[in-house]
Design a protein around this ligand. Structure first.
Ligand SMILES: [Zn+2]
Length: 407
């Protein structure tokens, strides 16, 4: 499922945006109401309130509580669904990490929001019609002609209201690949390096925008809490953060699209992102969003029917010779180029590492005389036999279009 976003604007105090704000407040009240009830229940009986119960009580609540007058039933129902999901995440540990008890929402957070089902809304260029709200002008929201809107989310951000639409549409066809399967590895100076020597650059724009964010952060801290100026700075900050997010997303989507268009497939190493976060490189890795790049590469490969080989990270890939498979000494970070001690081939550090990923994924040209030894040393994969063609990164279903995200 892909999403496109727009910024809702215009609307006088009594116009559609006032309705949007009212519904946002009502959904916040509803969330807090059920959350308080759940907290009471938990204290008394050690049990949570779940969807069936909340949903059953909803029609009556909407009818009887004057604070909720005029709240569209669907928006209320979807608020309850989200609370239910938050409670379930809290109740059972998911992947080892249990989430905390959901929080009460405050008006001052200016983070209200609600959702509609796509078929209840109408879309035209520059505007969207929401149930019980009417037409809302929206800047930059563009849906492909064949798009079937699924979920329409209206959310408040410090600088105003935003509309995002998740939709399904037929995918844009990919070109026939002209290049063979390639190995992908994390670069130090680049976002990623391919085994054929191609490099994917990290977006440059983000750096500049980050400077602006740091400046705005300092400015915000100078402003009085609760003051108008502080709120203005926070709005500017939100816009700056969004600009960075969008620039990165745009860059990544274009880069991965180009890659999937060009190559017959990809061999990647599953990255231990937790491991990376502990290192000094964490910042530049997070910055480069390598994990997101691999996720996009995985699902786009699936859409395009490309080969996808994902190997567990089982050994170091730097310092291993892609020409003869000899393992040389560890390379300090400063060493960009090195020569193999066994065969004398000269390698670029990162390109060679990507070459090793490819070699392990598809099986090297050399036989595996040292197989037993390798096993002993903890290699899980031999000659690529157990390289898996799968995607653990998730991604949208196959019948969904890939669209640029606008803001
Ligand atoms: Zn060599």
């Amino acid at each position: 499922m892909q999403a496109t976003k727009g910024h809702a604007y215009g609307g006088a105090v009594n116009g559609p945006l006032a309705h949007v704000a009212r519904i946002g407040g009502q959904c916040r009240a509803l969330w807090n109401l059920f959350l308080a009830e759940t907290a009471d229940r938990y204290r008394a009986e050690g049990k949570f309130l779940f969807y069936a119960e909340m949903s059953a009580g909803l029609p009556r609540l909407l009818k009887d509580d004057p604070r909720l007058a005029g709240l569209p039933h669907r928006a209320a129902q979807m608020t309850v669904q989200r609370l239910d999901r938050a409670l379930r995440d809290c109740a059972k540990a998911k992947g080892g990490a249990r989430k905390g008890f959901p929080r009460f929402k405050r008006r001052d957070d200016r983070r209200d929001g609600f959702q509609f089902v796509g078929r209840e809304c109408r879309f035209e260029t520059g505007r969207v019609r929401l149930p019980k709200v009417g037409w809302v002008r929206v800047r930059g929201l563009r849906l492909p002609a064949a798009a079937a809107p699924k979920v329409v989310a209206v959310t408040q951000e410090p600088d105003g209201w935003h509309v995002s639409v998740q939709f399904e549409a037929p995918p844009k066809p990919y070109a026939a690949p002209t290049r063979p399967v390639v190995g992908v590895d994390a670069g130090l100076l680049h976002l990623a390096i391919l085994s054929d020597g191609a490099r994917i650059e990290a977006p440059r724009l983000a750096r500049k925008a980050e400077k602006r964010i740091r400046r705005l952060n300092r400015e915000r801290d100078r402003r009085r809490k609760g003051g108008v100026n502080r709120r203005r700075t926070v709005a500017r900050l939100a816009r700056a953060h969004r600009a960075v997010r969008n620039a990165r997303r745009d860059h990544l989507h274009k880069a991965t699209r180009r890659l999937v268009d060009a190559y017959a497939g990809f061999a990647v190493e599953t990255l231990s992102l937790k491991g990376l976060a502990r290192t000094r490189l964490a910042k530049s890795f997070a910055d480069a969003a390598l994990g997101e790049m691999l996720r996009q590469l995985a699902y786009k490969s699936r859409w395009a029917g490309r080969e996808w080989r994902e190997l567990p990270r089982f050994a170091r890939s730097t310092g291993v010779c892609p020409a003869c498979d000899a393992t040389g000494p560890k390379l300090p970070l400063a060493v960009r180029e090195w020569a193999c001690e066994t065969c004398g081939a000269v390698h670029d550090r990162d390109v060679a590492a990507a070459g090793i990923v490819l070699r392990r994924a598809v099986g090297g040209a050399s036989p595996e005389p040292a197989g037993a030894v390798r096993r002993k040393r903890g290699f899980a994969v031999r000659g690529g036999e157990r390289a898996q063609v799968r995607s653990s990164h998730g991604g949208p279903p196959a019948n969904v279009a890939e669209v640029m995200v606008h803001d």
